[in-house]
Design a protein. Structure first.
Length: 270
C-alpha cells in the first residue's frame, strides 16, 4: 500500500528520535538494509563522509545491502563499486550480489520483452489522463518496472494514479525521485526477505535494521517484516502518507542521517 487513505493532511506523527538511548536496541544489528536516493545521498550525491562510513561499517563487521528503486543498470554498477554486499533494485524486482554482472530476478517474469510491452501500455493509459508525465531517463535500463518523474505531481494525482494502476492489475509507488508502475506484490521488504534467505541465511530479521526516507520504503518500515527500522529526517515530509512508519527517525537528513545512525551502530562495541 503506497498511501494510507485514512491519514489526512496535517497529521503530525510522533516519531521517536534516535539517540544514545537507542544504542542498546541497535546492539544486535548485523546487517543494514538501506534505501539509496535521499537516504545515502546528500543533495543527490555520495559524500566523502558517507563513503568513509560504509568503509567503517565493513571494517566493523557490519553487512550493508542497498535496497533501491533505481534501475537494473544503476544497481549493476553500484553493487560492484560500493563497499556493500549487494544491491536490490527496482523496488524489489531484482538483486545484484556484490561484483556480480548477472542479476537474480526476484519477481518471476516469463518473458521480459512482453512484460515491458505491458508496462508501456499501462504508462500510456496514465498518460491519457496525465499528459504531462514523461518516461524517466533510466527507464530503458529497467527489467521489472516502469518509471516516470515524480516532480510536479500532487498527492491527489499520485493517489489517482495508484488507483488506476490497481484497477489495471498493477502496483504503483513513488519516491522523492520517480513514480514506479510495477507488478503487484513487488515490494522492498519482500525482496529483502528473499535475499536474506538465499544469500544470508544466518541473519534473522531481528538482526537487521532497515533505513529509508520515502513512500516506496514503506514496506521496510513494516514491523511484521522487520522489527527495527529507521527513517532519515527527511522522511517526515511523507509521514502523513505512510501507513507503516519507521520506529526511529534521525536528527539529520539524507546521507548525514545515515551516518548518524551508523555512528550509533558502530558505538555498540565501545
Amino acid at each position: 500500500m503506497y498511501i494510507n487513505p485514512h491519514v489526512g493532511a496535517g497529521h503530525s506523527p510522533n516519531l521517536q528520535r534516535i539517540s544514545q538511548n537507542t544504542v542498546a536496541e541497535l546492539s544486535h544489528v548485523r546487517l543494514i538494509a538501506t534505501d539509496m536516493d535521499g537516504t545515502l545521498t546528500q543533495q543527490g550525491r555520495f559524500s566523502a563522509a558517507l563513503l568513509q562510513t560504509l568503509e567503517d561499517l565493513k571494517a566493523g563487521g557490519l553487512t550493508v545491502l542497498i535496497v533501491t528503486g533505481r534501475s537494473a543498470g544503476w544497481v549493476s554498477g553500484i553493487s560492484s563499486l560500493m563497499p556493500v554486499a549487494g544491491a536490490i533494485g527496482e523496488n524489489g524486482g531484482l538483486f545484484y550480489p556484490a561484483k556480480s554482472e548477472h542479476p537474480l530476478l526476484l519477481t518471476p517474469i516469463a518473458d521480459v520483452t512482453e512484460h515491458r510491452q505491458n508496462l508501456a501500455l499501462v504508462f500510456q493509459e496514465l498518460k491519457l489522463k496525465f499528459p504531462q508525465i514523461e518516461e524517466s531517463g533510466d527507464n530503458r535500463f529497467r527489467l521489472t518496472d516502469w518509471t516516470f518523474d515524480v516532480a510536479g505531481l500532487t498527492l491527489e494525482e499520485l493517489k489517482i494514479m495508484g488507483n488506476l494502476c490497481q484497477d489495471m492489475g498493477w502496483g504503483f509507488t513513488y519516491s522523492n525521485v520517480q513514480c514506479h508502475i510495477k507488478p503487484q506484490g513487488q515490494e522492498k521488504a519482500i525482496a529483502l526477505l528473499q535475499v536474506l534467505q538465499k544469500y544470508f541465511p544466518d541473519y534473522s530479521p531481528t538482526q537487521v535494521v532497515t533505513v529509508g526516507d520515502s513512500p516506496n520504503d514503506e514496506s521496510l518500515f513494516n514491523q511484521r517484516y522487520f522489527p527495527l527500522s529507521v527513517g532519515v529526517a527527511n522522511v517526515l515530509k511523507y509521514a502523513d502518507q505512510l501507513q507503516h512508519q519507521p520506529g526511529y527517525v534521525t536528527t539529520a537528513a539524507e546521507g548525514e542521517g545515515f551516518c548518524e545512525l551508523s555512528s550509533y551502530i558502530l558505538r555498540k562495541g565501545n
